[in-house]
Each structure stands twice: as C-alpha cells, then as structure tokens.
Design a protein around this ligand. Structure first.
Ligand code: SF4
Length: 345
C-alpha cells in the first residue's frame, strides 16, 4: 500500500462490485433461484468439484430432479443418495446433505431456517455455507469467505497476514462482514466477491487493468498475495486390491472407514499376501484429499472358504446401482469389459 493510498471505504468497494456484477455477473442456475434447498445443493456440490463438472455433466440438474426438496431427500435411502452422488467424489458431502435434510424435516417442519445461528446449528454447515445460503437465498447481509474471497480481500487490503492463521481468518471475516453490510444487495455483493476471484483477481495473473475495484484496491504486488502458513504435503500411497469374478457377480467389500462408509470397493488384498502378492491385472492413479494413490488391482488370492462379513458377491445386474467411489467404478468397468479372467467359485 502506498502512503498516498486513500483509506479503504467498504461502501465504495461494495458499490463498485455490485454495479459490476449486475452488468457482467455470470448466469448460473443457482443464481436464478431463492430456494434455500437448491442454493444449498449447489454450494455443497461446488465445495470440492468444479462448476463445469457440476453443470456440464448434469449432476446439479439430475440431483434436483431426483431429490427436488428437503422432504424428498430426507425420505430417500442412503444407497439412493450415494448412487446419485456417484462421480462427484467426497461422499461425506452427500451423507451430510442427507442428514441435514432429515433435521430440516424433523426439527423445522421441512422449512429451512433463516436465522444465521439456526443455520449454523444444522449438521455439516460451516460459516461459509451459512453465509452463502443466508445471502443467496434470503438476501441477508451475512458474509462468506472462501479461497477466492480470501485472495481478493488480502489484495484489496494489501495484507500479508497468513489467510490460514487465526488472526488472518478473523480479519477476513471482519472485512467480508463490513463489505456485505455496506452493500445495498448482499446477494450480489457476495456473488461478485467470489466471481472477481475467478475472473480478474486470479491466483497467478491478476488482470488489474480491467478490474472493477482497481481504484479502491491497495495491492502493490498482488501476485505475492495471499500469504499462507505452510503448504500441505501430498503423501504417495499404494493401495493393493484384488478382482474376483464368480459365475454370479464380483466380490466387493463394503467400506467401514469414516470417509466412505457404506460404499463398495474392490476388496483389499489380505495382509498375508503382501509379501508375495498375486500378479497385477491393472494399475491406476487417483488423488484424494492429501493422498496420491496408486491403485494396484491383483488377481484374486487363493480361494478362501469364508470371506469377512464386509465382503459380498454383488450380482452383475446390481453392480451399476451399487454406490462405489469413482476410481473403483472405473477399474471395475475396465476389468469386466476385458472379459479374460478365469471364473472362480
Ligand atoms: S485491482 Fe488487481 S489485485 Fe486488486 S482486486 Fe482487482 S484484480 Fe485483484
């Protein structure tokens, strides 16, 4: 920030952002609705999935068609919910949405609450999602801060406080709050802040020349902001599973871990075979949270008289409707289409 920079005025920044957004904001289906359910679904889907995937591959439209409101979602079975989510990954989001729908139905009579504290008390709702639903659905002057907003605010304020530190987080929410409270259209302001981070104020090359808040922004070296404390370390792991096809179907294992409980996968290779595993049929890679996983699919180990209770032969006709994380679905599809394996059982 130059010593000659005028002080930042939230009202001037929010007015410039709202005016720009009204003229140039992108049109998305969730911006055409004030239905808290539709807004919430979009927010949850977009948490770890790109807009193009959610829109172009039809996930958002299909979900709303299948589960159009809290009532329908609350009444659905978990396997139906997980199946509809298949391909989006991070299944805890689907489970959380399902759980939330039940609470809205049971505690709020199917009507989403409008009070921020009541929204925050719902399962799986954090400050960002609460601010998003409160402002986008109800037009309330509630702030939201995501990665884009954090970058934009750090730059406008030319502030190198790490955005992932306690002090940095507090500052960001205060600044986002001051902006949204000074806006005559909280919904447009919050949308504009996020969209500015996706269009002009991008991570590597901010396009300051055409930016709608260039006259207010204090950033001198925007590429250096925001500052973060430490980078997350990606850990490489290898996952050994096996493929066993019987006359009736494929042996699968139901997950019991926290992240993917209830989903089905290719069974883990028993520990006894780790030293001398059966031949590898195929390999694939996928990334989940901070893990880069090399998935090795082996031939089935020697036939066992009894598999663990978590294992079951899923009939060929049921495989398609069985909820399964995408990496296993892809591997299974490849393996079944090869059709070159010896039948067991
Ligand atoms: S002027 Fe540049 S750094 Fe400032 S908000 Fe706009 S794009 Fe970001």
């Amino acid at each position: 920030m130059s010593a000659l920079s005028p002080p930042l005025r939230p009202a001037a920044i929010s007015a410039a952002l709202v005016a720009w957004f009204r003229k140039s904001g992108r049109d998305y289906p969730w911006r055409r609705t004030c239905d808290p359910y539709a807004v919430l679904v979009s927010e949850v889907m977009l948490q770890q999935t790109q807009i193009s995937t959610v829109l172009d591959r039809g996930y958002y439209a299909r979900w709303l068609e299948r589960f159009p409101d809290f009532e329908t979602l609350a009444s659905a079975r978990e396997d139906e919910v997980l199946k509809a989510w298949e391909g989006l990954g991070y299944y805890r989001r689907a489970r959380s949405l399902h759980r939330l729908a039940k609470v809205v139905k049971e505690k709020h009579g199917g009507v989403f609450p409008q009070d921020r504290d009541a929204i925050l008390a719902l399962p799986g709702i954090g400050p960002y999602t609460a601010g998003a639903v409160a402002s986008f659905a109800f037009g309330l002057p509630e702030p939201l801060v995501d990665g884009n907003v954090a970058r934009v605010l750090s730059r406008i304020h030319d502030d190198a406080t790490p955005v992932d530190s306690t002090a940095g987080v507090k500052l960001l929410w205060e600044r986002a709050g001051a902006l949204v409270r000074s806006a005559d259209d909280p919904r447009a302001l919050n949308s504009a802040l996020m969209e500015l981070g996706q269009t002009y104020c991008t991570p590597a090359k901010p396009a300051c020349d055409g930016c709608p808040v260039r006259l207010q922004c204090h950033a001198t070296e925007p590429e250096t902001l925001p500052v973060k404390r430490a980078r997350q370390v990606i850990t490489a792991v290898t996952e050994h599973v096996f493929f066993l096809r019987t006359r009736d179907g494929v042996l699968l294992e139901q997950e019991t871990g926290k992240r993917r409980t209830g989903l089905w996968k290719l069974p883990a290779l028993p520990a006894a075979h780790e030293g001398k595993p059966p031949p590898v049929l195929m390999r694939a890679n996928y990334v989940i949270t901070r893990y880069k996983v090399a998935l090795w699919v082996h031939e089935a180990p020697a036939r066992q008289s009894r598999w663990p209770d978590t294992h079951r032969v899923i009939a060929f006709a049921e495989i398609e409707s069985t909820p399964m994380p995408a990496p296993y679905r892809r591997a299974l599809s490849l393996l079944l289409n090869r059709g070159e394996f010896r039948l067991a059982g």
